[in-house]
Design a protein around this ligand. Structure first.
Ligand SMILES: Cc1cc2nc3c(=O)[nH]c(=O)nc-3n(C[C@H](O)[C@H](O)[C@H](O)COP(=O)(O)OP(=O)(O)OC[C@H]3O[C@@H](n4cnc5c(N)ncnc54)[C@H](O)[C@@H]3O)c2cc1C
Length: 322
């Protein structure tokens, strides 16, 4: 079970002294995630910069779980909270955008996708308009191979800087990222710190128009002002998740305060008082209905993490890290 974060910090004694980032015991995860649900992180660490993160990873013994989250727009944190350390990168230290060449930008992984789209517009670099509509950050985009409007992150990534669990630095090429649809095969404990992206020379007005079209489309078809995690399931081969959910009669379906959005039925929403358990139960219920109706096994796109309940054995949890 999750212990008191202060006790975990105390247990590490002076290993954490000298770190420049912010350490918060028992940090509320429901304030961070878009769903606004979930138990606390035992300890949240927000490193000051890449060196500070590397020092932290070297200092924390490997048997203590460490996981990274971004802006929380693709996360369902369970009600029992997250044992060990949760890392969250802040704009200060990981939010820089730098123009590297006529068509290349380097961005820290705490940069919101929208800011990268805006920087590309200012630099006259085309190909980043799709980020204008994705509410996450660059770290999450790299991990999820986030995409929209027919473009995916993998089409723009040149290389990625990442730290492994020991704090060692790796420079990963596009091929190293092992990308597939909403998937990256880099080990889960690797933390991306910045990435180099490449677009194409573009005209300001055309880029602006493409960004406006992205925004307009979203406003009309997605419940973007709700507490949601975006698409709940990946699109299955040859179909769309929403079509299968609709055919299975699950549009608008509810469990407690969780609902499959009547507007876009692959978006799950917290209507106000949903728990993590309500949301996950709804998702699993929908998967079962779709399987029964069309024989399709939907795969979660949303990452679920943490303990199902207070008191759950941490060893059981370790097998379920996202
Ligand atoms: C309204 C709405 C619309 C959406 N529309 C789209 C869409 O069109 N297309 C799309 O692809 N997604 C969409 N999403 C989902 C989500 O925005 C993306 O998956 C986004 O890329 C997640 O980024 P994040 O920073 O919020 O990551 P989080 O949700 O915080 O984390 C997601 C995953 O990334 C990992 N991660 C985060 N940062 C790092 C890092 N620095 N290093 C290594 N791993 C990291 C986490 O461990 C986790 O596994 C939507 C979500 C919402 C709420």
């Amino acid at each position: 079970m999750i212990g008191d974060g202060a006790a975990l910090i105390a247990k590490l004694g002076d290993r954490l002294t000298g770190l420049r980032g912010r350490i918060t015991p028992n940090a509320d995860m429901d304030k961070i995630t878009w769903f606004r649900v979930g138990g606390p992180a035992e300890v949240l660490f927000q490193p000051a910069d890449e060196d500070d993160l590397a020092a932290f990873l070297r200092a924390v013994p490997e048997e203590i779980p460490v996981m990274v989250v971004g802006i929380g727009s693709n996360l369902l944190v369970r009600d029992g909270g997250i044992p060990g350390f949760v890392i969250r990168l802040s704009a200060k230290g990981f939010g820089e955008i730098e123009r590297v060449s006529q068509t290349q930008l380097r961005a820290g992984t705490a940069t919101p996708d929208k800011r990268l789209a805006a920087a590309a517009l200012d630099a006259g670099i085309a190909g980043f308009h799709f980020y204008h509509g994705i509410p996450g950050g660059i770290g999450g985009a790299l991990r999820m191979n986030a995409g929209a409007n027919g473009v995916e992150t993998r089409e723009r990534v040149v290389e990625v800087r990442a730290l492994d669990r020991k704090g060692d630095l790796h420079i990963l090429s596009n091929a190293d990222m092992g990308y597939a649809y909403r998937h990256c095969s880099v080990p889960k404990d690797m933390i991306f710190t910045s990435a180099l992206f490449e677009g194409a020379p573009g005209e300001h007005d055309e880029i602006r128009a493409a960004m406006d079209a992205v925004q307009h489309h979203r406003e009309t078809v997605q419940p973007i002002r709700e507490k949601t995690g975006g698409s709940t399931f990946k699109n299955p081969e040859g179909s769309s998740a929403w079509k299968e959910i609709d055919k299975a009669g699950c549009r608008g379906r509810m469990v407690g305060g969780a609902q499959m959005s009547p507007m876009h039925c692959n978006f799950m929403i917290n209507t106000g008082l949903a728990s993590g358990h309500d949301l996950e139960t709804l998702g699993e219920t929908v998967r079962a209905r779709v399987l029964e109706n069309s024989g399709i096994r939907l795969q979660w796109e949303i990452k679920r993490l943490g303990l199902f309940r207070q008191g759950q054995d941490v060893q059981e949890f370790l097998g379920q890290i996202i």
